[in-house]
Design a protein around this ligand. Structure first.
Ligand code: GUN
Length: 306
């Protein structure tokens, strides 16, 4: 009995040690920052409405991919919550490329629509590059058209991809300055890795992009002051505490179901013991992506007045 009590006390002491002493990372709270940004956006919508302008976001979903449908629902819901008009357009997974192009062209011409988002990924028979570039750059609230990407690379981005801008907004909110830092991005997509690299360069960071064919990802990550990871497959890649340097900053863009739970690329308990800052999943980068989409729609609405 006494031994049992002793062991319980030992466990309690271990728990206190783990939670109060060993866990050092401060949390970058995307839900908190998103609330703050949303209130800013709401005020701007109010002002635009006072000028007889009702910002409108049109989303296009092709097919019945469950994850994509959830993302679109969240985007629609957030827009409506903030008082934005929306259009929710759907095409079956077997639609032709011409049908999708026609739909986008009609949205391009519709003066009541300010932002157009085609949810990705598209079914494989549709050419993502051609579809994305059918969107008028001034309504491209994903910032994925060649025009908007080119402007971004030239340091003159206006409508910029939502996840990268959301990450910068998070870092800014917590006063994390990336100038001079070595930033390692484990993602080379159009949506995240590539635009993020240019945005960090603009802020005087030294940037490395890693991917599945990189020779020594572990070495790069060990050398990083800030690690951004967006793989979304825990079997292929999991960022653990032993992989990072003490005090580094970790931003998790991955989203995946692992052991029955929604999570990211990061093994949170071990990484939180060594990092200085960390984003949780859920509740980190995700809520910011939606905010930045709404912010881009406001920018597009304002541009339509010019
Ligand atoms: N699929 C996953 N993330 C995104 C995004 O930010 N925009 C679009 N269009 N599709 C996505």
């Amino acid at each position: 009995m006494e031994l049992g009590l002793l062991s319980m006390m030992e466990n309690k002491i271990k728990w206190i040690h783990c939670t109060l002493i060993a866990l050092t990372a401060q949390i970058i709270d995307g839900i908190h920052v998103a609330k703050y940004v949303k209130s800013r956006i709401m005020k701007k919508i109010y002002c635009l409405k006072a000028e007889n302008m009702e910002p409108c976001l049109a989303t296009v979903l092709v097919g019945d991919n469950l994850a994509s449908a959830t993302y679109v629902k969240n985007k629609q819901r957030a827009a409506v919550e903030l008082g934005m008009k929306t259009m929710d357009l759907r095409l079956p997974s077997n639609c032709t490329q011409s049908e999708l192009i026609e739909l986008i062209k009609s949205l391009n011409e519709d003066v009541t629509v300010h932002g157009i988002l085609v949810q990705l990924p598209l079914p494989v028979h549709l050419d993502t590059y051609i579809i994305t570039n059918t969107i008028k750059p001034l309504k491209d609230v994903d910032g994925l058209t060649t025009t908007n990407m080119g402007l971004l690379v030239s340091g003159r981005g206006c409508l910029k991809p939502c996840t990268p801008v959301g990450i910068l907004e998070l870092l800014d909110h917590y006063g994390i300055n990336v100038s001079g830092l070595h930033v390692v991005i484990v993602n080379r997509s159009q949506l995240v890795g590539k635009p993020l690299a240019f945005l960090f360069l603009e802020r005087n960071a030294t940037v490395t992009i890693c991917h599945s064919k990189s020779n020594d990802i572990l070495k790069e990550i060990k050398d990083a002051d800030l690690v951004i990871t967006g793989v979304g497959n825990r079997e292929k890649f999991t960022l653990t505490g032993e992989m990072i340097t003490n005090g580094s900053i970790v931003v998790d863009v991955g989203i995946t179901r692992y052991k029955g739970k929604l999570g990211g690329d990061v093994d949170y308990p071990s990484v939180a013991q060594k990092a200085s800052w960390i984003t949780p999943v859920p509740g980190g980068v995700g809520p910011m992506t939606v905010c930045m989409l709404l912010n881009n729609t406001l920018i597009a609405a304002s541009l339509s007045k010019a």
